[in-house]
Design a protein around this ligand. Structure first.
Ligand code: ADP
Length: 361
């Protein structure tokens, strides 16, 4: 069998299939092989770029591993993500789009939908971050299998002679989605955070401003559930480009959407899309489709929200299994691509704005 060429354009999945040690080498660089499941078409160059790594040391290590059959020693600087070119960090990160995900009530799958949108955008080659503002539970870190508390780094732009402020380093998921969450501040998953109103909004602002985010195409914000003070303070305090609303097929949903749409309208922030989650169930044995929670209100809801339906997600036991095991990035369902495509189309319709620049306090 001809050997797969090792070049920047080599497909990660192909090289791992041919050269089993390649998986170990890539893992050493933080390019976990779950990454192959994340994007079947990703090349070594794209993987390196997404993770903020230089591609040359990866190619060199793979070539060496093929020759020696062993994982070579990799220098720390070659496996440490460079978030920006040196000197480029000027107390600013640029987010092209800031998109909060909102739900009328808890338990409708808002966090899971946020994760699926992130995975879809990432597969479309976008740089994605998730700011987990839903402090009611550890869902986002758990979906991505993240447990290590966030690291802190001194503010690289501190003027000489001043005490640098510590900034949070976002966790990096296996497929290079950046994540900041209150549940990654301690390693105790069950420490419920009870921050309300202004305190919550202060904490969220810190996550936004005092974290070393990369320049991102999309910063998704997993809002606290419902339409109470907590999500609203978050919405008010951040520069939001468009909100995604998650609902379930229940009559109540239309009422909640009306309320959410009113609130959002008052705040002057547009809803850019609606996702109906747990829309239906397809029996794996018979292929028969059941509307478990009753008929869909998708069209009605989209009309009320004045925004397109991005997707209707089925109740999916496979998805739950992946979600429960921290492997949401391995989902093999084109619905994530549909979600990302439709969201991108909706954002493209929005009036152009300069990439938002945030300054760190
Ligand atoms: P929320 O963020 O709205 O509170 P979550 O995303 O945490 O909701 O989801 C609540 C629970 O429902 C989780 O256990 C999740 O795995 C499950 N769930 C969400 N969406 C689906 C779905 N489409 N199919 C099956 N289970 C789902």
């Amino acid at each position: 069998m001809a050997q797969t060429e090792i070049s920047p354009r080599t497909n990660i999945r192909e090289i791992v299939a041919e050269l089993s040690i390649a998986e170990e080498v890539l893992t050493e660089f933080g390019l976990h092989c779950a990454g192959c499941g994340v994007n079947k078409y990703e090349t070594i160059e794209q993987g390196a770029k997404a993770h903020g790594l230089r591609v040359e040391p990866i190619l060199a290590a793979l070539t060496q591993a093929r020759l020696s059959g062993r994982v070579p020693t990799i220098m720390n600087e070659d496996k440490t993500p460079v978030r920006r070119a040196p000197g480029e960090f000027a107390r600013r990160a640029r987010f092209k789009y800031v998109v909060p995900i909102m739900s009328g009530k808890g338990g409708v799958g808002k966090s899971l939908t946020t994760a699926l949108i992130a995975v879809g955008l990432r597969r479309a080659g976008k740089k994605v971050g998730i700011l987990d503002a839903d402090i009611t539970g550890p869902s986002i870190p758990r979906l991505f299998g993240l447990t290590t508390p966030l690291g802190l780094e001194p503010d690289p732009s501190t003027p000489p002679g001043q005490q640098p402020k510590p900034l949070m380093v976002p966790a990096m998921s296996r497929s290079a989605i950046e994540i900041v969450s209150s549940n990654l501040l301690t390693d105790k998953e069950d420490t419920a955070m009870i921050w309300r109103g202004p305190i919550l909004s202060g904490v969220i602002r810190q996550f936004y401003e005092q974290a070393l985010w990369s320049d991102l195409d999309y910063l998704l914000i997993d809002l606290p559930p419902g339409t109470s003070d907590a999500p609203l303070t978050v919405l008010q305090s951040l520069a939001v480009d468009g909100i995604v609303l998650v609902t379930m097929p229940q009559r109540l949903a239309t009422m909640i959407v009306r309320k959410a749409a009113n609130l959002v309208h008052q705040l002057g922030k547009p809803i850019v899309g609606v996702v109906e989650n747990m829309s239906y169930f397809v029996a794996p044995d018979t292929g028969k489709r059941y509307d478990v929670f009753g008929p869909s209100y998708a069209d009605e809801v989209a009309t009320l929200a004045g925004a397109p339906m991005l997707a209707r997600l089925p109740i999916d036991p496979n998805l739950v299994a992946l979600a429960d095991n921290g492997r949401v990035e391995e989902i093999d369902d084109p619905v994530v691509d549909v979600l990302a495509e439709k969201l991108q189309a909706a954002m493209a319709q929005r009036p152009a704005k300069p990439a938002e620049t945030i300054s760190l306090i």
